[in-house]
Design a protein around this ligand. Structure first.
Ligand code: ASP
Length: 327
């Protein structure tokens, strides 16, 4: 294995962004009353031995609770990943991250990075100060994936499972095994540092998205998510349209409708969505169901996001509106 690592590079860059994995509580028995994003990434690596032949480097990109994740951090993270992955000596990148928006960051990175080398996001459900924290093992497993000569694409490693960025979703509020990949299932499992593959790694993309190379910061187009539900009304959509018509900065450009079942919408939402489309807002439907995909019907007036959940559909729509299709 170490000869193959050398062929691809032996360095694994570990980028810190905060989260519970870097969280601290006042007492070691407290697994929920902590402050996320307190411990630096270099400290998270202390005591985690690198696999033979692998060199670890740590860098702090951000230090936030991922519930507060922002596009500016995604941009900095994606740019740093793209730069590192282009270096021949780098085998892969690990990103430590909070669990709350992990699937959004993973999907964003998957959409904008080349995918020929592994980028592995990892996390913890218990803070670093816990009696028995889960972060160190997750980091260790992630390094094994990032250093693997076979791995590629953006993945999420948690509780011994490797999930693809497209399928992964946080499914539990406090269990250590908090992520699942729905119908698709995990890509692989990490067993004592060895990978047992369950299905093929994601296909490599075609290159880095152009906007990562633009030197300036970007304001992403505003895309909102609205739920269809029992008793729903179109008033929120109309309020967003009114704001857009008044020419307020950052007016809505895209709308993801979190639809029931196979992409169905309350008729009030359907009518308001038609008004939004007529006003030039790009509207898509994503299912609220945690599993399955929307099966389209001929003549559907609002396009669907297939198997993407609403938060990932929002990322996809933002990138589409940015004209950031594959470079
Ligand atoms: N609020 C935390 C975060 O997303 C939760 C976690 O990491 O588990 O940063």
């Amino acid at each position: 294995m170490s000869e193959q690592i050398t062929a691809r590079g032996r360095r694994v860059l570990v980028l810190g962004t905060g989260g519970t994995i870097a969280g601290r509580a006042a007492s070691s028995g407290d697994n929920i009353g902590y402050v996320a994003g307190q411990v630096g990434v270099a400290e998270l690596l202390a005591g985690i031995g690198a696999p033979a032949g692998v060199e670890l480097e740590a860098e702090q990109v951000a230090q936030v609770d991922s519930k507060d994740m922002e596009f500016s951090i995604w941009l900095a993270l994606a740019r740093r990943c793209a730069q590192a992955l282009a270096e021949p000596g780098v085998a892969g990148v690990v990103v430590t991250h909070g669990t709350d928006t992990l699937e959004e960051t993973a999907f964003f990175l998957q959409q904008v990075l080349p995918g020929d080398k592994p980028v592995v996001l990892t996390c913890a459900m218990r803070p670093a100060s816990a009696l028995s924290p889960d972060g160190p093992q997750n980091v260790r497993d992630s390094i094994a994936v990032a250093a693997s000569p076979d791995a590629r694409g953006v993945t999420v490693v948690c509780a011994g499972a490797v999930h693809s960025a497209v399928d992964v979703q946080k499914v539990h509020t406090y269990r250590l095994d908090a992520f699942a990949s729905g119908d698709a299932g995990p890509l692989a499992f990490v067993e004592e540092g060895e990978l047992r593959q369950a299905r093929p790694w994601p296909q490599a993309g075609t290159g880095v998205h152009a906007f990562l190379q633009w030197p300036h910061d970007l304001d992403p187009p505003r895309v909102e998510i609205l739920f269809s539900h029992a008793g729903a009304r179109g008033t929120l959509i109309d309020a967003l349209l009114a704001e857009r018509t008044q020419g307020a900065p950052g007016g809505i450009r895209g709308l993801v409708l979190a639809a029931t079942g196979n992409g169905t919408l309350h008729h009030e939402i359907e009518r308001a969505a038609a008004r939004a489309q007529a006003a030039g807002v790009r509207v898509i439907r994503a299912t609220r169901c945690p599993q399955g995909r929307i099966l389209p019907k001929p003549g559907d007036p609002i396009p669907d996001a297939g198997a993407l959940n609403p938060v990932k559909a929002r990322v996809a729509l933002m990138l589409e509106l940015m004209g950031a299709s594959a470079a």
